[in-house]
Design a protein. Structure first.
Length: 365
């Protein structure tokens, strides 16, 4: 069982066992977590570097932030630890270049406090569910992505990500079929970027759009986009998506990383999918709701069971979502075909389930 797990050492064992100096690339929350772990496990951090334009004499956690060239001159070879996230093509290219020069890891870190991440023990405890999902995924590429994601999360080795990346728009075009009568629910609509994506897929011909975004600054951008674009038959809501209509604690960042977190001062109104759609039949639902994907599916159970829409669901916020989300969907609609795709990002963010009854002109990557 789980014969697709190739990694024999997790990323934290790599940090403990290396005989090379350990050097972090990047600053911020990820670097904080890694340095905290190193401190508690007596792993010495030999330095921190950043891209040249971010150095400017900065100090991070007591380390003078250096350029890559300065660290290389000082230490020679080292174990490179990528400590920040990016989807920028230029930054991803830089990661690839550095990984050819140094042994490189990018630790997979929890997005939410207290979340358990992939480990050998985690794999053992969830082996039956993981194997069940792996076996039932819709195509071989999905199984490749599934295996690569778990191997990356365990080992931190970037080649697992490089070998499984595909382009998001191409996947949406190849896996789904589109018509001029789509009713779209965009859950986690951000600033309207995924509405623009939908319009590209449908040549701007559709029935209705429902869009929800809980972050107040993002919502203002969304509203401005909708007004400027002159779109018709669209309703936007300043709402979080949850399993029921309620009020939730919320941390809004004005970016992509707003989250539903207990203990936050601000609250936000939340709605379930069935209520939000006001009796309309959705044909396509996209959800990237910052860790509340399972709760959102619970709140949309009637809509999904009765109408069987196409679904595009973020699968990267909680590691258990890799099996909890598809297993829940198959309980609602056993006939669903569930595809898994990884779109360019380090770490393994932009891992998404694409779910449909009928595939479009599917092409194997």
């Amino acid at each position: 069982m789980l014969d697709f797990i190739e990694a024999r050492q997790d990323v934290w064992q790599t940090l403990q066992l290396t005989d090379k100096p350990v050097v972090l690339y990047g600053m911020g929350n990820g670097a904080d977590q890694i340095i905290d772990w190193c401190d508690s496990h007596k792993v010495e951090v030999a330095g921190v570097f950043a891209s040249d334009e971010f150095v400017r004499g900065q100090v991070f956690r007591g380390y003078r932030v250096e350029t890559y060239d300065a660290v290389k001159e000082r230490l020679g070879d080292f174990l490179l630890v990528i400590a920040f996230a990016s989807e920028s093509p230029a930054v991803l290219q830089r990661f690839q270049e550095l990984s050819l020069l140094h042994e490189t890891v990018a630790p997979h870190l929890p997005l939410f406090p207290g979340d358990e991440t992939v480990s050998f023990d985690w794999l053992q405890r969830h082996r039956q569910e993981l194997q069940q999902v792996y076996d039932k995924l819709a195509d071989d590429w999905s199984r490749k992505v599934f295996a690569a994601a778990l191997n990356y999360k365990l080992s931190g080795k970037l080649h697992y990500l490089w070998q499984s990346d595909t382009e998001r728009l191409e996947d949406l075009q190849n896996i789904f079929s589109w018509s001029e009568t789509e009713t779209y629910a965009d859950l986690g609509a951000y600033n309207g970027d995924t509405i623009r994506e939908f319009l590209q897929l449908t040549d701007s011909k559709y029935n209705k759009i429902f869009a929800a975004e809980p972050d107040r600054r993002n919502y203002k951008k969304l509203a401005a986009y909708v007004e400027a674009s002159g779109l018709t038959n669209i309703k936007i809501f300043e709402r979080a998506i949850w399993k029921e209509c309620t009020e939730l604690a919320f941390s809004d960042s004005g970016g992509r990383q707003s989250t539903l977190l207990a203990g936050q001062r601000r609250t936000v109104q939340a709605a379930d999918i069935d209520t939000l759609l006001q009796g309309e039949r959705a044909t396509y639902i996209k959800m990237d709701v910052e860790g509340a994907e399972l709760e959102a599916l619970v709140g949309g159970s009637e809509q999904i069971r009765l109408n069987r829409p196409k679904l595009f669901i973020a699968a990267y916020h909680h590691d258990v979502d890799m099996f909890l989300l598809p297993l829940f969907l198959w309980r609602l609609v056993p006939e669903y075909k569930v595809y898994l795709r990884k779109h360019p990002y380090v770490p393994a963010w932009e891992l998404n389930f694409l779910v449909t009854l009928y595939s479009g002109t599917l092409k194997i990557p």
